[in-house]
Design a protein around this ligand. Structure first.
Ligand code: SAH
Length: 344
């Protein structure tokens, strides 16, 4: 058993079985949150305790398998998981601080037609400790503190609800990273029942919804999940949640040339979102070769934004960071697995 997998209460139980005072648990939790590499790093624990712990538990870390650095300061990390799978995280520098985008699953089951992460399907859910390790190892590698976190890497966070929730509690914990919930954004393709649960469980965490189309028919074509959770139910949930939490919901909208970037698409968004406390993030598509889809031009993206703004919907075109590296989520992982399975 990996020590880092234990929740704080499980760790307390283990220590009380070993006859140790409860403050030892706080020390261990703090070490894990600081990126200790093993039992030996926890220098304020008696050596005898470290030895006894290592007799009853293992210690596992994510490894850094590959790194890509962009000239704009973006760093993409490919993490190796203990079972040989891999996931990605992306470190980005903004005026307001450093931000990290992490993965919540190895692969993804959602099947969005433009996305690289879903091409091989879902392999497995990540554990809370693995998500925490993505964060602490990125801080350790870059040597920089990270003050914003987005769950927008590989995977669908609400398809791994329990572990994602445990991870959010751990990273928010004052004895660990103490990251404020308001500095965290969770992005979902629209698993409606979980949107309601999340608003109850984490009302301060920012919610982002991957919209990508503003009619049921078009959305089904791009995102199969829309067949299970219809657009009208999704928007109803968003309206209720933003009214209840008083927080702005972000909608991500990837602009795909000729598919969802027409004037009528802008009009449909305006009528769909009218009156909601929200914001639309326009993201020019990161083209993924296998999908055959291409990005709208920057000019078109800006026109589209202007149309939304004129219609009363706050919108921005996302700054593209890391465009000289494999920036689209899932691309680095896919490349790594392709090269190990098909050398040359
Ligand atoms: N599963 C979650 C979070 C991960 S995807 C979700 O769907 O929200 C993070 C965001 O990147 C989503 O908005 C997703 O639709 C978008 N995305 C995926 N592939 C993309 C691509 N090739 N170009 C631009 N955005 C992409």
């Amino acid at each position: 058993m990996n020590l880092k997998e234990l929740s704080r209460s499980e760790m307390k139980e283990l220590l009380s079985r070993l006859g140790e005072p409860s403050f030892r648990e706080r020390q261990i939790f703090a070490w894990i949150s600081r990126g200790a590499d093993g039992f030996g790093d926890m220098t304020d624990l008696p050596k005898s305790l470290r030895e006894r712990l290592s007799e009853s538990c293992g210690w596992e870390n994510l490894s850094i398998e590959a790194v890509q650095k962009s000239s704009d300061g973006t760093v993409k990390l490919l993490y190796g998981l203990p079972d040989g799978n891999s996931v990605e995280a992306v470190f980005m520098k903004y005026e307001y601080g450093n931000s990290l985008c992490i993965s919540t699953q190895a692969g993804c089951a959602m099947g969005c037609s433009f996305c690289a992460s879903t091409i091989g399907g879902k392999v497995r859910d990540l554990k809370a400790w693995e998500m925490l390790d993505e964060f602490v190892r990125a801080e350790k590698y870059t040597g920089e503190p990270i003050n914003h976190l987005v769950l927008m890497g590989i995977g669908e966070p609400f398809d791994n609800y329990a572990e994602v929730s445990e991870f959010l509690r751990r990273i928010h914990d004052k004895d660990g990273k103490n990251l404020s919930f308001r500095s965290i954004t969770v992005s979902t393709c629209g698993l409606v029942p979980k949107i309601y649960s999340f608003a109850e469980d984490f009302p301060q965490v920012n919610l982002a919804i991957s919209l990508h189309a503003a009619t049921q028919e078009k959305r089904e074509r791009l995102m199969p999940v829309a067949k299970a959770y219809r657009l009208d139910e999704l928007i109803k949930a968003c309206r209720e949640v933003s009214e209840k939490t008083g927080r702005r919901i972000s909608f991500e909208y990837t602009l795909i040339a000729g598919k969802n970037d027409g004037d009528e698409d802008a009009r449909e968004i305006i009528s769909l979102l009218r009156g909601m406390l929200c914001h639309v993030n326009l993201i020019p598509l990161n083209p993924v070769r296998e999908t055959g889809l291409s990005a709208s031009t920057r000019k078109r993206a800006e026109e589209f934004r202007d149309k939304l703004e004129k219609g009363g919907i706050p919108a921005t075109v996302r700054r593209t960071l890391g465009s000289d590296i494999d920036a689209a989520c899932g691309q680095l992982r896919k490349k790594a697995s392709a090269s190990s399975y098909h050398p040359g």
